[in-house]
Design a protein. Structure first.
Length: 526
């Protein structure tokens, strides 16, 4: 419906928009004191909240929210003609002169989603709260409900990413800067990865089905099929005499060290997320760093040395291996050991790190069997979909499988999954089968590029030179383009600090993280 307003003066002298309706006019706000009403409406907001108001109206509630020093305010409204009518009849200068205020008029779903991804940073804001102007939203109910749905779905994705950042943010930062310092001493130019596309690849995941599939994988190796191993499956392959052509590791935790103990991979390329523990580079003469999307890794690529990018959004190393095979241009890819489930009370194939790891940790109070059982049942199983089902899934394993299937459906290559005993991966063959045009970038930067140590010194100075936040300011508006890139590099670290110190306000949080990151760089450079 078309929205039309008239304007009346409240008892305390404020201009109040009134909806013109066939059944009678309806005021959007109190006709006695709309400012007091707005403050009551926003009384549940806290400083550092991200407030989304559904409906502009007279702007009283958004203005009340802006009285809090660091609250970010977004207003969503529909029907541009009615919005123009509001702006002509009432003074909204206080709103539009605030760097913390944004009005989205008739936003498309993609526009709203993009705005939230770019502006709602959980590390900076306590929470996102939606506050509807009821009289207004009831007249365009479907549009406002659709906008609310988009917000909820987007925030769910952002919150999921934030949870991971809050857990791993400090490890990522620490590992990346150590790998940068050590990069000069590594043979990064001699990667031994194929620069031209490969014809066929096989990926070895570490599911229990790999035990029965290893012979078929060995046959492919004899036919010069390019074998990519997950770090978890490496021990199982070598134990069975299968030497992979590349090994991929994406875990930033030091437990990934155990995947390589007792494994001779000196002459095998080791493809590592630059956020991997620096100690892993010792296992191979040919380590290759890639960027999985961490903002500091992107900053390194743009300002120091170009890093090849691998898609790790699936959250597991099998997904990353598939991305590597795709980047190398494989036309046909076969997955082995991709069970994404537990089979017969077993989580991994024989020969993986699990038995030796728990064997070293066992004692009389915690025997090997007890540790294995605790590992297996650490996450609740999902209900069986079929009573004859011989495997069990968890929510995270099913998520990994679904993400892998999504990636397969969007790839040019033909991807098949070797028959196993776990949760079946949908065999989706894309008709667009062909070669990936992108090359695997292995260069180590332009001639005369700075050393890793020099880069870290400059990066530390850039961090410390970021401005101090003042009350009433939107921090991103204080930054130039370079400073925005620098600030973004330590947002995951900030998420980890905020998780440990949730009481920190924006200003104190930013300054704490700046000092912590600079101190960490100093420790690495010592």
């Amino acid at each position: 419906m078309k929205i039309k307003y008239i304007f009346e003066i409240s008892k305390n002298g404020e201009t109040v928009p009134v909806l013109c309706l066939p059944e009678g006019n309806q005021s959007l706000h109190s006709m006695i004191d709309p400012i007091r009403e707005a403050r009551r409406l926003t009384s549940n907001l806290n400083d550092d909240d991200f407030a989304v108001f559904m409906g502009l109206g007279g702007g009283f509630a958004p203005q009340a929210a802006l009285e809090l020093p660091n609250t970010r305010v977004l207003v969503i409204d529909f029907d541009k003609e009615s919005i123009e009518q509001l702006l002509k009849e009432k003074d909204y200068k206080k709103l539009f002169t605030s760097s913390r205020f944004t009005l989205l008029a008739d936003p498309l779903h993609d526009e709203l989603e993009k705005f939230l991804f770019e502006n709602f940073k959980p590390a900076l804001f306590n929470s996102l709260k939606i506050i509807p102007l009821r009289t207004r939203t009831e007249k365009d109910k479907e549009k406002f409900e659709a906008a609310a749905d988009i917000i909820q779905k987007t925030i769910k994705i952002i919150s999921g990413d934030y949870s991971v950042q809050a857990y791993f943010g400090m490890k990522w930062f620490s590992n990346i800067i150590r790998n940068i310092k050590n990069a000069d001493s590594l043979c990064l130019k001699q990667t031994k990865l194929p620069v031209k596309q490969i014809e066929e690849a096989a990926i070895a995941a570490a599911g229990p089905s790999l035990d029965s599939q290893i012979k078929n994988l060995s046959l492919l190796k004899s036919k010069n099929v390019y074998i990519i191993s997950t770090d978890t499956a490496l021990g199982a392959l070598l134990h069975n005499g299968v030497k992979p052509d590349a090994v991929v590791s994406i875990d930033c935790q030091h437990i990934s060290f155990y995947h390589f103990l007792g494994c001779d991979i000196k002459k095998i390329p080791l493809v590592l997320d630059i956020a991997s523990p620096s100690m892993l580079t010792r296992f191979s003469d040919y380590p290759v760093f890639f960027s999985s999307g961490h903002p500091l890794a992107k900053y390194v690529s743009n300002n120091w040395r170009p890093l090849p990018a691998l898609d790790t959004s699936g959250g597991n190393v099998t997904y990353a291996c598939l991305s590597l095979a795709e980047t190398l241009g494989a036309k046909r890819i076969t997955l082995f050991g991709a069970d994404f489930s537990y089979i017969g009370c077993r989580s991994y194939a024989k020969g993986t790190y699990l038995n030796p790891y728990f064997d070293k940790k066992q004692n009389r109070l915690s025997p090997l069997e007890s540790q294995m059982s605790s590992f297996l049942y650490r996450t609740p199983f999902l209900p069986l979909e079929d009573q004859n089902q011989t495997y069990r899934e968890t929510a995270s394993l099913r998520f990994y499988r679904k993400k892998l299937e999504e990636k397969i459906s969007a790839m040019k290559a033909e991807v098949i999954c070797a028959q196993g005993f776990g949760a079946p991966v949908c065999k989706i063959t894309n008709a667009k089968c062909g070669i990936n045009d992108e090359e695997w970038i292995t260069g180590s930067g332009e001639p005369g590029i700075r050393s890793g140590i020099e880069f870290l010194k400059l990066y530390k100075n850039d961090i410390l030179e970021l401005p101090v936040l003042k009350d009433g300011e939107e921090y991103f508006n204080l930054l130039d383009d370079k400073q925005k890139m620098v600030f973004t590099t330590f947002l995951p670290y900030m998420a980890a600090v905020k998780k440990r110190n949730p009481e920190l306000k924006q200003k104190d949080l930013i300054e704490t993280v700046k000092q912590n990151c600079a101190a960490e760089i100093d420790r690495v450079l010592c």
